[in-house]
Design a protein around this ligand. Structure first.
Ligand code: ADP
Length: 256
């Protein structure tokens, strides 16, 4: 993108317009670069499972008929890597949709109820204890897309499972006209210098560990995009070796 050359005298109308124009060019440029980085990161992430799949396919072609153990190993690897790719493409679509549109079907949502449903589904998927503390004695309503709030909770809870071994605490309260919920784990924690990056797409503190647990580095980017589309905030407090708390705040609709 080409900017307009501006002389030192920028006080006249044309000068001001040029400044605005150049500012817009800067923004476009930043967005373009972000987009480029996303495409290159995404292709890189998709190439890894594809490489595994194609090398096992080659192995199958060569030994599949004569060696049953190769057959079994290859089928196992191919199906798990394709599942991984499926998950990854879904996450990428979620991110793309989340950023291009405002919240779709917003409704009056009771957070206590959403949390109860999510905990139930989560308990079915993972054998991990979630201790829930509801600090309010009434329903907490927000204007939200219910499924997105569930997805957000699931991302934070799944991370707590991946990066800790003990119980997980979930807390709900209200603060300054906002509903606030926190997810706390007592696991590996996040180093100070990594905290500012964890919400970036494809950022992973430990790529090997994250990949082992099925991580792509997109979960928290999706979480942030969901929170943003609900005009909320998400923050992290963490200490290495002690644990991590994610704090989400979403504007309250009303109190009942
Ligand atoms: P991933 O799929 O790798 O978990 P996320 O975007 O969800 O991707 O998280 C980005 C990175 O932030 C993770 O790779 C991990 O290093 C770190 N992280 C996220 N949640 C936690 C947590 N609860 N405890 C420690 N580290 C975490």
């Amino acid at each position: 993108f080409k900017k307009i050359a501006i002389s030192k005298e920028t006080k006249d109308e044309l000068g001001q317009m040029s400044l605005t124009f150049n500012h817009m060019i800067d923004l476009l440029d930043q967005n373009y670069q972000k987009q480029q980085r996303f495409v290159s990161d995404a292709s890189h992430e998709l190439r890894t499972p594809l490489t595994v799949i194609s090398s096992y396919a080659k192995l199958l072609k060569r030994w599949g008929k004569s060696k049953p153990e190769v057959l079994e190993e290859a089928i196992e690897a191919i199906s798990s890597e394709s599942l991984r790719m499926k998950g990854l493409t879904k996450q990428m679509l979620d991110l793309a949709n989340g950023e291009n549109s405002l919240v779709n079907e917003v409704e009056k949502v009771d957070l206590c109820q959403v949390i109860a449903e999510t905990r139930k589904h989560f308990n079915q998927a993972y054998e991990r204890e979630i201790e829930f503390e509801d600090q309010t004695d009434h329903s907490i309503y927000v204007l939200a897309e219910k499924e997105k709030i569930k997805q957000l909770l699931f991302i934070l809870l799944e991370n707590a499972v991946k990066y800790s071994e003990e119980k997980i605490d979930l807390m709900l309260t209200t603060k300054n006209k906002h509903a606030q919920f926190t997810v706390t784990d007592y696991g590996v924690g996040i180093a100070h210098q990594d905290k500012e990056h964890i919400f970036e797409r494809f950022f992973r503190v430990d790529k090997a560990r994250s990949r082992e647990t099925g991580g792509s580095g997109l979960g928290l980017a999706i979480a942030k995009s969901i929170v943003n589309s609900h005009s909320g905030t998400i923050k992290v407090e963490s200490e290495l070796g002690v644990g991590t708390t994610f704090i989400v705040e979403i504007p309250l609709l009303e109190r009942e």
